[in-house]
Structure formats: C-alpha cells, structure tokens
Design a protein around this ligand. Structure first.
Ligand code: PEP
Ligand code: MN
Length: 338
C-alpha cells in the first residue's frame, strides 16, 4: 500500500503511523518528496486491508501498489532517487563515471590507475578484491588485502571506491572499506546476500543477472530495499542472448528507458562486460548516455595483455581519456552535464 500524507502532516503523525504499522508486522519505508511524504507499507494483505489506514491523522489517500516490486516502483516514488557519495550525486543531471581495473592486482597498479582515471575525469574508482570467476583455477582476487589497498587508494587519490562482495560473511568488511558495494551479475538472485546488504545504508550497485528479466532485476532491488536500504543503483551489464563470437554479451540498451519508466532508482551501464572487447566500449558508452543512463562503469588497465582478468575488454589509459572526451558532447546534446 502507498499511504499518501497530507502536505501539512506532522513528524509526530508520521511516527504514529509507522509505529502502528510496525507493531502489526508491516514493513514501512518513508519517502520524503518535495511536495509531500509517502509511506510504503508492505505486509500481510489482510492486515493492510482490514485496517482503516485512511482514518490515521495526517493521511490523505491510501492506494494499492500493483507492481510486484513495491519500494522500487515509480508508483511508490515519482521523483528520481539521488544517491550522494562524498561530493558526487548519482541519479542527478551529471553523468557519473566509475573506472579502474577489473581486479585489484597490487598496490602500485591501483595507485597508478586511480590517478590516471581521476585525471581523465572519472568520479569513482573501481577494482575487484573478490572475483567471481567462471573457472575455479583462475585468479580469485586478493580478498581482504585488496580491500586494504582500496582504502589506501581512496585516501591518496581522494575518490570514492566501488568493489564487489560475493559472500554474506564478507559484507561487514566490504561495507567498512568501500563507498559502493557491488553485487555481481552472478549473484543478482543470491537472496541471502541481497538481504544482508539491505541491512546497511551503504549504496549498492546491483548488476543485472546474466539472463535476468527486467522484473527479476527489480525484484532483486526490492529484496535490498525491503530490508531498509533504499540506496540501490541498478547496473545493466549485458545479457546472454545467443552465442556470438563478436561480443561477450548483448547490451540491452532498451532496458535503460524501460527501467526509467518503472523505477525511480538510478541506472548505470557497464559497456565493458556487455561487449567484452575494448574497441566496442566507446560506441556503447555513448549509446548508453544517449539512451538516458545516469552513469557508466568502465574497465581500464595499463597493460591489458597482462591483466589478471578481463584484459580483452579493458581500455588503455590514453584510450579511456579519449573516450571521456568523446562522451561530453553526447551528454550535453541530451541536456545532461558531464
Ligand atoms: C566485474 O565488474 O568485474 C564483474 C565481474 O562484473 P559482472 O558481475 O557484471 O560480470
Ligand atoms: Mn571484470
């Protein structure tokens, strides 16, 4: 249910409604808009239906949310969600770029690449410490040691950092060390992991599963939000269509406007994992901005042929710089800043 409050509803009235609902076993989620506050109430149908919610002081209207995802839906919140991290905002008019290597390989390379991507205009540094690899014999990441490197990089370079968490047992540590927690495509439906990151308020970059529908993608966002964490950033990273030698996956560009209609959450695109080839990244990055995404996450490596993972799709630093310059006019052409 969506409980729309009167414009003059007081904090006390809001608290009264929330306390009452919580005592009935209903999950509440408050969304404070520019004009009015809305309370999302998710709980047993009979409790919600039999309780005269309209009679609570401060309530103007009560409506059912028809979509299976509730807190993630535009029905619940009309305005775009803005996620603030240090001095950047994801979901606003500025396009945000996250960049860095696929894996954290050592401290020196992270410092160098961090500096380079910052100089080219990136806003967030990426780097995986826990790596989801198709083969158990491939490099699995530096783990905790990688997280420590990320913290030092953040301190030295002064940009926020994003890194993946794969296991519920590592969530606490990743939350402590990173500014954005990434849930990888392979874990999009790891519901225990989603619920665990939902307990914190750290922004979560949720990647679309390899063959996930839009509805499944939004239901995964709902898992995080139903635990109270509204800071979810969706990431389209290409889906599996049919076997193709030319691209690693198929970038679902239409997912961007589709998601914009269905949800208020910001949408970031990962062209690197979508195409899997460095020479295709620039076109798809431009197309994603033109289609209305709020940001990009791009893999960059100083020596792709020696990268521990995803070298084929990693841009050399000078190619990344050129890409960044080419994105600005595309963003400006559709009224976005870069
Ligand atoms: C990554 O970001 O390095 C990664 C493994 O991404 P995905 O989960 O989208 O494959
Ligand atoms: Mn990668």
């Amino acid at each position: 249910m969506i409980i729309v409050l009167r414009p003059d509803a007081t904090e006390e009235q809001i608290k009264h409604i929330c306390d009452k609902l919580t005592a009935l076993g209903v999950k509440v989620n408050i969304s404070k808009g520019v004009e009015r506050t809305v309370i999302g109430a998710i709980g047993p149908e009979d409790v919600l239906r039999t309780h005269p919610l309209e009679t609570f002081p401060g309530v103007e209207e009560v409506m059912a949310i028809l979509k299976p995802y509730k807190f993630a839906s535009r029905e619940f919140k009309k305005e775009d969600t803005l996620i603030k991290i240090d001095n950047i905002t994801i979901g606003g008019s500025r396009i945000i770029v996250m960049a860095g290597p696929c894996s954290i390989e050592n401290k020196e390379m992270m410092f160098e690449l961090g500096k380079t991507v910052k100089n080219s205009g990136a806003h967030v540094i990426r780097g995986g410490a826990f790596k989801p690899r198709t083969s158990p014999y491939d490099f699995q990441g530096l783990g905790e040691e990688g997280l420590k490197i990320l913290v030092e990089v953040k301190k030295k370079i002064g940009l926020p950092v994003v890194t993946e968490v794969m296991d519920t047992r590592d969530v606490e540590s990743v939350v402590e060390h990173a500014d954005i927690i990434q849930i990888g495509a392979r874990n999009m439906q790891n519901f225990n992991l989603l619920k665990e990151v939902g307990k914190y308020r750290k922004p979560v970059l949720l990647k679309r599963g390899i063959s996930a529908t839009i509805k499944e993608f939004l239901m995964s966002a709902e898992y995080i939000m139903s635990e109270g964490n509204n800071n979810v950033i969706l990431c389209e990273r290409g889906i599996r269509t049919f076997s193709s030698d030319e691209t690693r996956n198929t970038l679902d560009l239409s997912a961007i406007p589709v998601l914009k209609r269905l949800t208020h959450l910001p949408i970031v695109v990962d062209p690197s994992h979508a195409v899997g080839r460095w020479y295709l990244v620039e076109s798809m990055a431009k197309a994603s901005i033109a289609a209305g995404c709020d940001g990009l996450i791009i893999e960059v490596h100083h020596c792709p042929e020696e990268a521990f993972s995803d070298g084929a799709q990693s841009l050399l630093p000078h190619k990344f710089e050129k890409l960044m310059q080419s994105l600005k006019p595309v963003a400006e052409a559709i009224g976005r800043s870069f």
